[in-house]
Design a protein around this ligand. Structure first.
Ligand code: DSN
Length: 416
């Protein structure tokens, strides 16, 4: 995209955008939560819809002049309903944590008990971390993966639920590579009379693309961000059964937020429209194929993949266990050659969060650029070469050139 007005009015910002454009174009993006949106989604985000205030919901606003904004929000809602088979959708949450805050506020009272997947095992901050609102305001009972398999044992989840009788069970993750057993979560929630809340931020695109089971008809409430595998603008939404619609809507506004971001909601409508097209299913299928290919290629090179592989778009690599390289060292070394990943705790990690044993990798962004399984082997080889030569500045500079040559073969949407 060209930005002639920014170039003219604010050369400093223009320069920053152009440099970031170059970084995105010339680098390999493996951060599991990142992706590249379409030009259409980007245009909506930069549109005049940003000029409007619209507190309230379509047809019931606190400001005049919303008759056209109502159409954009309603379009986003209807497309999301179709995509996820949802009874009710609120597209206003500004991002994942505010969406989750609204779900807690809508269904619970402060102090209520919530069962959530522990952050150091693959859960999310908003699933009960002590420094997050969730851990501060609610009584969080964590569940864990098994030490030997590194997979969640649903019998153990049931045992904890029967013992603790939580008011809500939260199923979801930001660093877990295995399928969630939504139906078993439902059975457990019903046994103890708990709400079942799924956070599908990471896998929403794989659900929309019909490659993973859709938890929306199974759960009471489901939240998701819109910018990860779903490939929409930075934001979130909440889907729920009709009987929770009023509680959720009130919790979003006026509970947590003021005015919605109407330009982002229009971009959400566009992204959902894109996800309803048949080729989105091919994209989602390819993400999983690529993740499996990357995981296998790394295993061949001697890297231990947590739980032995992946069912979705991401994997955790036990870098310290496999190669005695810490997650922080790995992240820094790969960054130096233009490969973006993030350090990550692995289940039962003996190391600390700022320098853990693992790194997390994901394939959505590379899949959007058109990479397939054979390219994953090249990516694994480049990563390995960099990690094995991490103290050799000359070799790292040469690998960076190889990363650039590889990356330039795959265009980034929106970057000419
Ligand atoms: N920051 C996101 C991730 O990387 O998984 C979760 O919010």
């Amino acid at each position: 995209m060209n930005y002639p007005s920014i170039q003219k009015e604010d050369p400093l910002v223009y320069e920053i955008i152009k440099r970031e454009e170059q970084r995105q174009k010339e680098g390999i993006e493996l951060i599991a939560s990142e992706n590249y949106v379409s030009k259409a989604v980007m245009e909506a985000m930069g549109s005049i819809l940003t000029n409007k205030y619209s507190e309230g919901y379509p047809g019931k606003r606190y400001y005049g002049g919303n008759e056209i904004i109502d159409q954009a929000e309603t379009l986003a809602i209807n497309r999301a309903k179709e995509l996820f088979d949802a009874e009710h959708v609120n597209v206003q949450p500004l991002s994942g944590s505010p969406a989750n805050l609204a779900v807690y506020m809508g269904l619970l009272n402060p102090g209520d008990k919530v069962l959530g997947f522990s952050l150091d095992q693959g859960g999310h901050l908003s699933h009960g971390h002590p420094l997050n609102f969730s851990g501060k305001l609610y009584t969080i009972i964590p569940y864990f993966a098994e030490k030997d398999t590194e997979v969640i044992n649903m019998d153990k989840v049931e045992e904890i639920a029967l013992r603790e009788k939580p008011k809500m069970i939260l199923a979801g993750f930001s660093a877990y590579s295995r399928d969630m057993d939504w139906k078993r979560f439902r059975i457990i929630a019903d046994k103890v009379g708990a709400y079942l809340f799924a956070d599908i931020a990471h896998i929403a695109g794989l659900v929309a693309g019909k490659q993973l089971e859709n938890p929306v008809p199974i759960c009471d409430v489901v939240s998701t961000t819109t910018h990860k595998t779903l490939r929409g603008p930075r934001g979130a939404m909440i889907m729920c059964k009709e009987k929770f619609a009023s509680a959720i809507d009130k919790a979003v506004f006026p509970g947590v937020q003021g005015g919605p971001h109407d330009h982002i909601n229009a971009a959400k409508a566009i992204a959902y429209g894109e996800a309803l097209k048949p080729d989105f299913q091919d994209y989602a299928k390819q993400i999983i194929k690529n993740a499996r290919a990357l995981s296998s290629a790394l295993q061949v090179l001697g890297y231990r993949i947590v739980s032995g592989g992946t069912d979705n778009h991401l994997m955790l690599v036990d870098l310290f266990g496999s190669k005695q390289i810490t997650g922080k060292e790995g992240e820094k070394c790969l960054e130096q050659v233009g490969i973006s990943i993030n350090k990550n705790m692995i289940p039962f990690d003996p190391r600390k969060p700022m320098d853990p044993s693992g790194i997390r990798l994901g394939t959505p962004a590379l899949t959007t650029r058109g990479c397939t399984e054979a390219d994953m082997k090249t990516v694994a080889d480049l990563m390995h070469e960099a990690l094995m030569n991490r103290t050799d500045e000359n070799k790292l500079a040469a690998i960076k050139e190889k990363v650039k040559d590889f990356s330039l073969k795959f265009p980034v949407p929106g970057i000419e």
